[in-house]
Design a protein around this ligand. Structure first.
Ligand SMILES: *Cc1c(COP(=O)(O)O)cnc(C)c1O
Ligand SMILES: [Zn+2]
Length: 430
């Protein structure tokens, strides 16, 4: 039996494992501890053996040019030189996410009184959320590590993305979700896999179960557990794309939803890498985090001026953001504070209003996570925390059809009429 995916071991040819091939992780050099800088070999490890801090991928980047990137495919693999994936990644079936629209949001900008505003719309990814980006990178790692099972604990969107990518890659998938998850998100996973497991508990319970299974079973790649460092790198592509689509510039301000905090942390990492590689001009930018009040441990810590994040029991309609014990929360605090940004939270009603605001100003139907981000953007303006004269990007990470119930009571037919012209005139709709 292969023991390839045991924690803190790296793939070897012992015991029948295939062994790592040359260039399996591209220009990645090692896994490096965010806390103490200790480096370990690339493999299915996620905690520092010295201090238990989180590991992240470190690279020896070659010179990369804008032209090389622009000549690549219109998906995240155009940035493959900056990701822990092999050079021949495009040969392996994947969902090819990314290169989603960056839309200038003139109506929303006018409504909120912001001079220049863009929406990065990730609802058009293959399974309609930004999670396709991270899963594409995790799938590559799972493949290179010769995993037998592709799995995740999920708040919904991740399960959708894992199930779809696993189907396309022809690998067994098992996805775990909280049993109270929205029905559309359950169906959106179950269409791709027979192994959707609903767990009676919240996400943090599901996550704990996943860690336990990862410890017991061999050959499982849990995308956000034992291959988390590779998974997390996928979020960098949001940052790369925004910069490229702005004409190789960084925005002045960016508003990003926070669940585990991984996405926000990696968008910041992407901007820093682009600066270091000379692909964009070095300039300051402010990072803002968005949470729903019913699950806002990072926002609470931000406002209290402390680094201590107190885990909470989530109670919000923004289920895709409902992580009560966010793994990267302290790094979100660091980034938002040091950049001059902030972390803010809004009520579920304001989340619903955020969904309708984006729909009615820009024709984009977002899910509750996007409602949270847009609603927080509005609150940041109203409270004077966001400088309306600066160029701002807001990320829409998901798709409204998955959380229909959030707004189903608020919108509907203006009238129900007989099929006649007179009835229409009488309805007063116009
Ligand atoms: C998972 C998710 C997020 C947040 O991701 P983290 O990296 O865990 O902070 C945001 N929006 C949507 C729609 C998601 O599914
Ligand atoms: Zn360490």
């Amino acid at each position: 039996m292969s023991t390839v995916l045991d924690e803190n071991t790296t793939a070897t040819t012992e015991g029948g494992g295939r062994g790592l091939r040359e260039g399996a992780f591209g220009n990645a050099r090692s896994l490096s501890c965010r806390e103490c800088g200790h480096e370990v070999e690339l493999g299915p490890s996620y905690a520092c053996p010295e201090c238990f801090g989180p590991l992240e991928v470190a690279y020896d980047f070659p010179a990369v040019t804008r032209e090389e990137i622009a000549a690549g495919p219109r998906n995240i693999w155009r940035y493959k030189a900056l990701l822990p994936v092999p050079d021949d990644i495009e040969q392996s079936p994947n969902t090819e996410p990314g290169f989603t629209r960056l839309l200038e949001a003139r109506n929303l900008a006018r409504e909120l009184g912001i001079d220049k505003l863009w929406v990065k719309d990730d609802s058009t990814n293959p399974t309609n959320s930004f999670k396709d980006r991270v899963v594409a990178c995790a799938l590559s790692a799972a493949r290179e590590l010769d995993a037998k099972v592709f799995a995740c604990p999920s708040t919904g969107n991740l399960a959708n993305a894992v199930a779809a990518a696993g189907a396309r890659a022809g690998i067994t998938t098992v996805v775990f979700i909280p049993s109270n998850l929205e029905k559309p998100k359950q169906v959106n996973s179950a269409v791709y896999t027979d192994r959707l497991v609903a767990v009676d508990g919240n996400y943090d319970d599901v996550n704990k179960l996943a860690s336990e299974i990862a410890g017991e079973e061999e050959g499982w790649a849990f995308v956000n557990v034992n291959v988390r460092p590779f998974y997390a790198e996928g979020s960098k592509t949001l940052g790369y794309e925004i910069a490229e689509q702005l004409g190789w510039r960084l925005p002045d301000q960016i508003v990003i939803p926070v669940a585990s905090g991984s996405q926000l942390t990696k968008v910041d990492k992407a901007f820093k890498e682009l600066i270091a590689l000379g692909l964009v001009e070095d300039k300051p930018y402010k990072v803002f985090g968005a949470q729903a009040t019913g699950c806002s441990p990072v926002s609470v810590a931000y406002k209290a001026g402390t680094d201590a994040i107190r885990p909470v029991k989530p109670d919000t309609i923004a289920k895709s953001l409902a992580i009560g014990n966010p793994a990267d929360g302290i790094y979100v605090l660091d980034i938002c504070r040091n950049s001059g940004g902030a972390v803010e939270d809004i009520s579920d009603d304001e989340v619903r209003e955020g969904i309708l605001l984006l729909a009615r100003t820009e024709g984009i139907f977002t899910e509750t996570a996007g409602g949270t981000t847009v609603g927080v953007l509005k609150k940041l303006v109203e409270t004077g925390q966001l400088d309306t004269s600066l160029e701002t990007v807001v990320i829409n990470t998901g798709m409204g059809l998955k959380t229909l119930d959030a707004v189903a009571d608020r919108v509907g037919p203006a009238a129900t009429i007989a099929p006649s012209y007179d009835a229409f005139v009488a309805s007063g709709v116009l």
